[in-house]
Design a protein around this ligand. Structure first.
Ligand SMILES: Nc1ncnc2c1ncn2[C@@H]1O[C@H](COP(=O)(O)OP(=O)(O)O)[C@@H](O)[C@H]1O
Ligand SMILES: [Mg+2]
Length: 484
C-alpha cells in the first residue's frame, strides 16, 4: 500500500467500499429472503397436506394399496419439499411409509435444513379412515437461496473490481497524470530549471493549478532574465569603475611622484647651477687668458672640454626639471623631433651607461615635428627605455634601440631591446595599473598603464609587437598635416 500512488489507493479503497457495501446489502436481502421463504414453505406445506389428504380418501376407503402407493409416489416425485409420506389406518396400523428417492428417514432427519412434520386425519363420508403424516424439507429452497446469495456476492466482487478498474483509469487520466506533470515541473524548478511548462488541459482545479504553475514559471523566468541582465550590467559598471578608479589612483600616484621629483630636482638644479655658472665663468676667463697668450695654448682644449661638460650638466638639469614637471595640463603644440629625442637621450644615457647597456637611436622618418604634449610624451618614451634597461639586466648582450619610422598617416616610435620578451600571461595584464613582475621597491606597475593613457590622449596607440624577433614596444602617433 505504501508504494501505491494516490489514484491506485483511491481505487483500492473504492474496491473495498463497494465490496463491503454490496456484501452488507446482499446479506440483508438474503436474511429477508430466507425468512420469507420459510413462511412460504410453511404455508405451502399446509396447502400440500390438505390437498394430498383428499387424494388418499378413495384409495384408503377401498383399501386399494396399489392406488395408495401410486398416489404416494406421485406426490413424492412431483411436489418439491415433500420428502416422506406415512399413511396409517384409523387404528394406527401402517399402510405405507415412503421417502423420496428411498432415502433413509434417519439421514433425512439429520439434515440441517428445516424439516416440518405435519399430520392429518383422513375422513371419508364423515368417517375417520386413517392418518397421513408428511415430512417436508426446505433444502431445495435453501440451496437455491444460497446459490443466489453466492452468485450475487460473486457479481458484487466482479462489479467492485470493474468499478475500481474504471475509476483507476479515469483517475489516472484526470488526476494522476496532470499531478505527475506538476510534480516533475516543481522538481525541475527546484533544480533551477524554470523553462519547464506543464500541459494545462487537465480538467477542473488541476487544470487551474497547472495554469497557475506555468504563470509562476513565466514570472520566475522573466525575473531571472531581468536579474541576469542587471547582474551583467552591474558587473560591467563595476569593472569600468574599477578600471577608472585604478587609472585615477595611478595618475595620482604618478603626479605625486612627479611633484616630489620636481621639487627635488628644482632644489638640486638651484644648488648645482650656482657653482656651475661660477665654473663656466672661470673656464671662460681661462680660455680668454689662453687667447691672450698668458696661458700655454695646449690648455685651450681642456678648458673647452670643461666648458662643454658644464653645458651638458646644465642641460641635463634643465631637462630633468622639465621631465619632472607634471605636463598633463600643458596645451598640445608642435615640437621638434630631433631636440625631443636628444633630450631623452641625455636623460637616459646615465642609467644605460651605468648598467653597460648599449643605446642606439635611428630616425628613419622624414618627419620633423610632433604635435602633442612634449613632457608627457617624453615620460612615455623614458618609461619604455627604463623598462628595456630593466629587461636586459641579465642578458649577455645588452642593448636598447630606439627607432623612429613613419608612414603618411602615423609616426612609429619603436623601442627594441635584447631581453627575453614578454610572456603571454604578462602581455595580457601589463597595461593594467599596478601590474608588475618586478620586486617591491623596484617596480610600481604604473609605467605602461600611464603611458597608455597619455598616448590615448594623443589619439595614438601603445602596444607590444610580439611579431618581432626582439622585444618591441611601439608608440603610434597620428600625423597631422603640419607635422611633416
Ligand atoms: N621591455 C620589457 N621586457 C619585458 N617585460 C617588460 C618590458 N616592459 C614592461 N615589461 C613587463 O611589464 C610589466 C609592467 O611594466 P610597467 O607598467 O612599466 O611597471 P613596472 O616597470 O613598474 O613593473 C613589467 O613589470 C614587466 O613584467
Ligand atoms: Mg616600468
Amino acid at each position: 500500500m505504501k508504494n501505491l500512488s494516490l489514484t491506485q489507493r483511491i481505487s483500492v479503497y473504492l474496491f473495498i467500499v463497494v465490496c463491503v457495501s454490496t456484501f452488507i446489502l446482499n446479506s440483508a436481502f438474503f436474511v429477508v429472503l430466507r425468512s420469507q421463504s420459510e413462511e412460504q414453505f410453511k404455508i405451502q406445506a399446509d396447502e400440500i397436506l390438505s390437498n394430498v389428504s383428499r387424494y388418499y380418501q378413495i384409495p384408503l376407503w377401498n383399501l386399494d394399496y396399489n392406488a395408495i402407493s401410486e398416489v404416494t409416489n406421485t406426490w413424492l416425485q412431483t411436489r418439491s419439499g415433500v420428502v416422506a409420506i406415512k399413511v396409517t389406518d384409523e387404528t394406527g396400523g401402517l399402510i405405507i411409509e415412503k421417502t423420496k428417492d428411498n432415502q433413509k428417514l434417519e439421514t433425512l432427519l439429520k439434515k440441517p435444513y428445516l424439516l416440518l412434520r405435519k399430520e392429518k386425519i383422513i375422513h371419508e363420508e364423515r368417517q375417520h379412515i386413517g392418518y397421513i403424516e408428511v415430512l417436508f424439507s426446505n433444502a431445495d429452497r435453501v440451496e437455491q437461496n444460497n446459490l443466489t446469495y453466492m452468485k450475487s456476492i460473486l457479481f458484487s466482487l466482479v462489479f467492485a473490481f470493474i468499478i475500481s478498474l474504471v475509476s483507476n483509469h479515469f483517475l489516472t487520466l484526470f488526476v494522476h497524470r496532470p499531478l505527475k506533470n506538476l510534480i516533475e515541473g516543481t522538481q525541475s524548478a527546484h533544480n533551477s530549471n524554470y523553462t519547464i511548462r506543464v500541459p494545462e488541459n487537465a480538467a477542473g482545479e488541476i487544470g487551474i493549478l497547472a495554469a497557475e504553475f506555468n504563470k509562476t514559471m513565466n514570472q520566475i523566468e522573466d525575473r531571472d532574465r531581468r536579474l541576469h541582465k542587471h547582474n551583467v550590467e552591474l558587473e560591467e559598471i563595476i569593472r569600468e569603475r574599477t578600471v577608472e578608479l585604478d587609472k585615477q589612483r595611478a595618475t595620482m600616484i604618478n603626479s605625486s611622484r612627479l611633484a616630489a621629483l620636481g621639487e627635488f630636482s628644482a632644489g638640486m638644479s638651484h644648488e648645482i647651477n650656482n657653482p656651475l655658472s661660477v665654473i663656466i665663468g672661470k673656464s671662460s676667463i681661462l680660455r680668454g687668458l689662453v687667447a691672450k697668450g698668458k696661458i700655454a695654448p695646449e690648455f685651450e682644449i681642456h678648458f673647452t672640454k670643461i666648458h662643454e661638460m658644464c653645458d651638458r650638466i646644465s642641460k641635463i638639469i634643465k631637462n630633468l626639471r622639465s621631465y619632472a614637471r607634471d605636463g598633463s595640463n600643458d596645451p598640445f603644440d608642435f615640437f621638434d623631433i630631433g631636440r625631443f629625442f636628444t633630450d631623452i637621450g641625455e636623460l637616459t644615457r646615465m642609467k644605460l651607461d651605468k648598467r653597460g647597456v648599449a643605446f642606439k637611436f635611428s630616425n628613419n622618418s622624414n618627419t620633423t615635428r610632433i604635435y602633442g604634449k612634449e613632457i608627457p610624451l617624453s615620460q612615455v618614451i623614458i618609461n619604455l627605455i627604463n623598462n628595456s634597461a630593466d629587461a636586459v639586466e641579465d642578458s649577455e648582450d645588452k642593448w636598447v634601440h630606439l627607432i623612429i619610422e613613419s608612414d603618411p598617416t602615423a609616426l612609429y616610435i619603436k623601442v627594441f631591446d635584447s631581453g627575453n620578451g614578454v610572456a603571454e600571461i604578462v602581455e595580457k595584464k601589463m597595461m593594467t595599473p599596478f601590474f608588475t613582475t618586478k620586486a617591491i621597491g623596484k617596480g610600481t606597475g604604473l609605467g605602461l598603464s600611464i603611458s597608455k593613457s597619455i598616448i590615448e590622449e594623443h589619439c595614438g596607440e601603445l602596444y607590444y609587437d610580439n611579431s618581432q624577433k626582439n622585444t618591441c614596444f611601439v608608440v603610434k602617433l597620428p600625423l597631422t598635416n603640419q607635422s611633416v
